[in-house]
Design a protein around this ligand. Structure first.
Ligand code: AHM
Ligand code: MG
Length: 283
């Protein structure tokens, strides 16, 4: 696992350089989810593929920017599922973006995730990574080296509310849930990039990030293998919870297709229990 995390550090430095120096415009292509691809999406995907090509432990790659599975090494043990540059449409307004990695052993599904990591490209480059049974670890880059900052633990209850999706298309009980949190004193913190938004909640001690099913996107927007499951793992290991609209753990998801999405809710225990009440799925 150390080799994989070291590779992610090298990738992070290269992608950060690309963000700071390359063209921020669009290509003429779409990805598998039908979204226009930015030149930076394609470049980040290329940098990640090139880096893992020289890591024999990696059997397959599954990317948000590729249609199917890319086979790398016959003797490999892990499938790395990744979103090369999440929130890339925010790069042209100079907001933070990120890369997300889920490392699976065996068939890629929630219960086979063994490690995950994400990179935040903000004023500094930061990485949070976790393996089974441990607290997530937070690193910050300084002169090309990643220094350990701290282990991450969520409090029982936080103060931040990051509600995703088009509000016009929320169902009534979701709208009431969000409104009730604000009425209780929660503060809005939502940039539109799941990596910095979830990172902020983790580092500020708690709160909730939601991306529900909506009338235009009943299965949500965020992709299970490289967005939802890797963050669910980090939130659970930090002492929080991560569930779908039925209150089921996101770590139990079994995608039928690499680009399947799911409604998703990540947070501290108090907020997720409130969500289950609001959705009528309290166990
Ligand atoms: P992307 O992978 O195409 O960048 O999309 C994922 C991003 C998330 O970072 C963010 O939470 C979400 O899309 C925001 O979506 P919306 O613009 O619909 O609110
Ligand atoms: Mg994404």
């Amino acid at each position: 696992m150390h080799t994989l995390f070291e590779t992610i550090e090298k990738i992070a430095l290269k992608i950060d350089h690309a963000i700071k120096t390359e063209d921020l415009g669009y290509c003429d292509s779409e990805n598998s989810s039908g979204e226009d691809q930015l030149k930076l999406d394609v470049k980040s995907d290329y940098l990640i593929e090139e880096a893992f090509k020289s890591v024999p432990l990696v059997k397959d790659l599954i990317s948000e920017e590729k249609e199917g599975v890319l086979h790398l090494h016959d003797g490999g043990k892990y499938t790395v599922c990744y979103d090369p540059l999440d929130g890339s449409s925010l790069a042209d307004v100079n907001l933070s973006v990120g890369s997300i990695f889920g490392i699976y052993e065996g068939e890629p599904k929630g219960e086979n995730l063994v490690a995950s990591a994400y990179v935040v490209y903000g004023p500094r480059i930061e990485i949070v990574r976790v393996v089974k049974g441990e607290k997530p670890k937070h690193y910050r880059a300084q002169e090309g080296l990643f220094n350990f900052i701290c282990e991450i633990s969520l409090r029982e209850k936080g103060k931040l509310n990051a509600p995703g999706g088009t509000q016009q298309n929320w169902c009534d009980y979701h709208k009431s849930f969000v409104d009730d949190l604000f009425a209780e004193g929660y503060r809005l913190r939502y940039s539109g990039g799941m990596v910095p938004d979830l990172h902020q909640i983790l580092l500020k001690g708690g709160g909730i990030f939601s991306y529900p099913g909506t009338s235009d996107k009943p299965h949500g927007k965020l992709r299970q293998l490289f967005e939802v499951i890797p963050f669910a793992f980090i939130y659970e290991q930090a002492g929080g919870q991560a569930v779908d609209a039925k209150g089921k753990r996101l770590m139990e998801l079994v995608p039928a297709h690499p680009h399947d999405t799911s409604p998703c809710f990540f947070g501290s225990t108090y907020e997720i229990e409130r969500l289950k009440d609001a959705y009528g799925v309290k166990s």
